[in-house]
Design a protein around this ligand. Structure first.
Ligand code: SF4
Length: 347
């Protein structure tokens, strides 16, 4: 028997509608949203200002359930991978990454991923299914519940975990709306939320139209169509010129920039000529480039370039006035680094 629908993942306005459906006022729905998203209370019994009959109507056919944390694996660098066991027994992960005064949570949006980037372990799984908005929101609530015991809270969110966020568009947008609702949701500033994409042009356009004001990160990984198509099959559907056109149209506020992720693969995309081409590609774009030295995984045919090559690549971009950092992935030792999120599903 499947579990009753979960209230986690419902928009505050949907909770108001539900309250009306159950014979209560919209105000009760707003109280419910406040308990769940603002007070982090998930037991209906503990929602003391809700009338008893409303609570009992809710508990008859709804639940408020955080995803089950099957495992928490700490890394030597301070990050922690949370592995969630979902209702259908599939597994996804979120990674808590502390850094100076921020705590970033990397969220998953799908079980597996259908985009099959050649350097990515997650891509070897194929797509199993989309996560629901509740399963996405639940990752943050569970991470915050864990951190609350330490007097902390997630401060920044990146949709860079398992899956392609823009391929699960409706659930992504709903989760972001819950995260950013300042009155009845979690109250995160959209400036602290980054949505990463493999380069789904139609998705970038749609995201721009939603006007969520979130940051956009594009997984570029190559500066020529030739190399990019070898690394990322999506490039055959939307090539670099189509991608850059969509990126240029993405609405940015005054201080926002588009992040470009570039995984560095030895002898594949790490030449200074690649860097020069990249600088030309990004001309006129408010861009920040993150160079990510490849994280090795068993069975991969790629390797991380030697440090001098990475630094030479970076200096070409810096000389072209493009802000460029080398991001040594967090959580490498626990299989939580970019492109490493894969969870075996028990037989
Ligand atoms: S890099 Fe991202 S889009 Fe590509 S296969 Fe991995 S998870 Fe999917």
């Amino acid at each position: 028997m499947s579990a009753p629908p979960n209230l986690i993942g419902m928009l505050p306005s949907e909770l108001e509608d539900l309250a009306v459906e159950l014979g209560a006022s919209r105000y009760r729905g707003r109280q419910l949203a406040t308990w769940i998203y603002r007070k982090s209370v998930y037991a209906l019994d503990a929602m003391s200002d809700l009338p008893k009959d409303f609570r009992s109507a809710l508990s008859d056919n709804r639940t408020v359930t955080l995803p089950d944390v099957a495992r928490v694996t700490p890394s030597l660098d301070g990050s922690r991978k949370l592995v969630f066991r979902l209702e259908d027994d599939s597994r996804v992960s979120a990674v808590i990454m502390p850094d100076d005064d921020r705590i970033t949570l990397c969220l998953s949006t799908q079980v597996g991923c259908g985009y099959a980037c050649a350097f990515c372990l997650t891509g070897t799984m194929g797509l199993e299914r989309n996560l629901t908005a509740g399963e996405i929101v639940g990752q943050l609530l569970a991470a915050n519940a864990l951190l609350a015991g330490e007097g902390q809270r997630v401060t920044h969110l990146v949709f860079m975990g398992m899956g392609e966020p823009l391929a699960n568009f409706a659930a992504l947008v709903k989760a972001v709306r819950i995260f950013t609702d300042a009155k009845l949701g979690l109250g995160y500033s959209p400036r602290r939320i980054t949505v990463s994409t493999v380069g789904l042009v139609s998705g970038i356009e749609k995201l721009g139209r939603e006007d969520l004001k979130v940051n956009l990160a594009v997984s570029l990984h190559a500066s020529s169509d030739d190399v990019r198509s070898q690394l990322m099959p999506v490039n055959k559907s939307w090539n670099l010129s189509a991608l850059m056109e969509a990126v240029r149209k993405y609405p940015l506020t005054h201080r926002q920039r588009v992040f470009f992720e570039y995984v560095m693969l030895d002898g594949v995309n790490d030449d200074v000529e690649d860097a020069r081409r990249l600088a030309r590609l990004l001309r006129g774009v408010k861009a920040k480039v993150n160079l990510i030295p490849f994280n090795d995984w068993e069975g991969s045919t790629f390797q991380r370039p030697p440090l001098p090559r990475i630094l030479a690549f970076q200096s070409v971009l810096l000389d072209a006035d493009i802000t460029t950092t080398v991001r040594w992935s967090k959580g490498e030792d626990i299989g939580a680094a970019c492109g490493q999120l894969r969870e075996p599903v028990p037989a």
